[in-house]
Design a protein around this ligand. Structure first.
Ligand code: ATP
Ligand code: MG
Length: 324
């Protein structure tokens, strides 16, 4: 595998007269070619802000701070003139947004809207664009007789398939999906996730997949990145993170997963309140909720460091001086 995306020092803030919120706080990440990187975290942890920053779609009062880098195939997209970004979106980077239903135009049949995007980005004629659009729709499992349907004529699952067809229409280098299965019922969720896995195999899709649901992400992702209060607190291979979470926050996320087998248990919320981003505690952000906190956690803000081979955690428990 080789590295497709390398992000270094990404900081995105929302600045209002009343407060400054560091929604993405010093994030570094990489995506290898053909890899799905999962991003998980509670509501408000900065996942959408991260996604929109990578698409360069952050709007005021939000702002990406200077100094970060986003190398896609070695080219720093943060340094491109803003005017070049619309062409890159769709072609280099494709977004499946969190409110995916708004991604479809309600008054245009789905094949035509996908074809329009293909015409614009690839400069091909209408007929050829329509042919490619229909190929993509077939690829995501939409039967030919539904290709010219309007969005409202399709079920939620089918609309989501169309949005995926639209995202891969121009064969982007990287697809970024923000909660692509939330709002769908469990059976449809499973089908859409299977489709994403199949596309990964058939196309060698490279993807960032955001979800607040750790088991969902673990099923189809190669690696996982856990976010808390705008920071990455843990990274590692998906299965390893799920089987043996290191950071106490990830452990709490895993413990909150309802068990399928054995006696039914109520869903366990993560104890304590979600962090208040403009009033973070000194030391470790997670300390007020952390069952493993010790005295140093009040003073030291832990950096993300290698905890085990291929695993990183931002927790003093894994810093060298505290390891037994
Ligand atoms: N336009 C905005 N103006 C001010 N603050 C914002 C804005 N958008 C997001 N925020 C703040 O930034 C933080 C991160 O929000 P973000 O939407 O990125 O979280 P998220 O992890 O995607 O949450 P969810 O799981 O609910 O989608 C939150 O504290 C949020 O209140
Ligand atoms: Mg979000």
């Amino acid at each position: 595998m080789s590295t497709l995306l390398e992000v270094r020092g990404l900081n995105t803030v929302y600045r209002t007269p009343a407060e400054t919120v560091r929604a993405v706080d010093g994030v570094d990440l990489t995506v290898e070619r053909g890899e799905i990187l999962g991003v998980v975290g509670e509501s408000g942890s900065g996942k959408t802000t991260l996604v929109m920053s990578l698409m360069r779609l952050i709007k005021p009062p939000g702002r990406i701070l200077k100094g970060g880098e986003m190398l896609l195939d070695g080219e720093d997209l943060f340094r491109l003139p803003r005017s070049e970004m619309p062409a890159r979106r769709g072609q280099d980077l494709a977004l499946i947004p969190q409110s995916a239903m708004h991604a479809l135009n309600p008054v245009i049949p789905v094949d035509r809207q996908i074809a329009e995007g293909i015409s614009v980005h690839q400069g091909v004629g209408r007929k050829a664009a329509m042919r490619t659009a229909r190929e993509r729709l077939r690829e995501v499992g939409i039967l030919p007789e539904r290709h010219n349907a309007y969005p409202h004529e399709l079920s939620g699952g089918m609309r989501q398939r169309c949005i995926i067809a639209m995202a891969i229409a121009n064969e982007p280098k990287l697809v970024i999906a923000d909660e692509p299965v939330s709002g769908l019922d469990v059976v449809v969720q499973a089908r859409i996730l299977r489709l994403i896995s199949e596309l990964k195999e058939s196309r060698g899709l490279s993807m960032i997949l955001v979800s607040h649901d750790l088991p969902t992400v673990a099923k189809i992702c190669d690696r996982i990145m856990v976010m808390y209060a705008g920071r990455i607190v843990e990274t590692g291979k998906a299965r390893a993170v799920l089987d043996k979470p290191l950071h106490p926050y990830t452990r709490a996320l895993v413990e909150a997963i309802p068990q399928m087998r054995g006696p039914r248990q109520p869903l366990q919320p993560i104890p304590g309140d979600p962090p208040d981003l403009h009033n973070l505690p000194p030391g470790c952000n997670f300390r007020p909720r952390c069952p493993a906190a010790f005295v140093d956690c009040k003073m030291v803000d832990p950096s993300l460091e290698e905890a085990e081979r291929g695993r990183k955690a931002a927790c003093l428990l894994y810093h060298k001086e505290n390891r037994k």
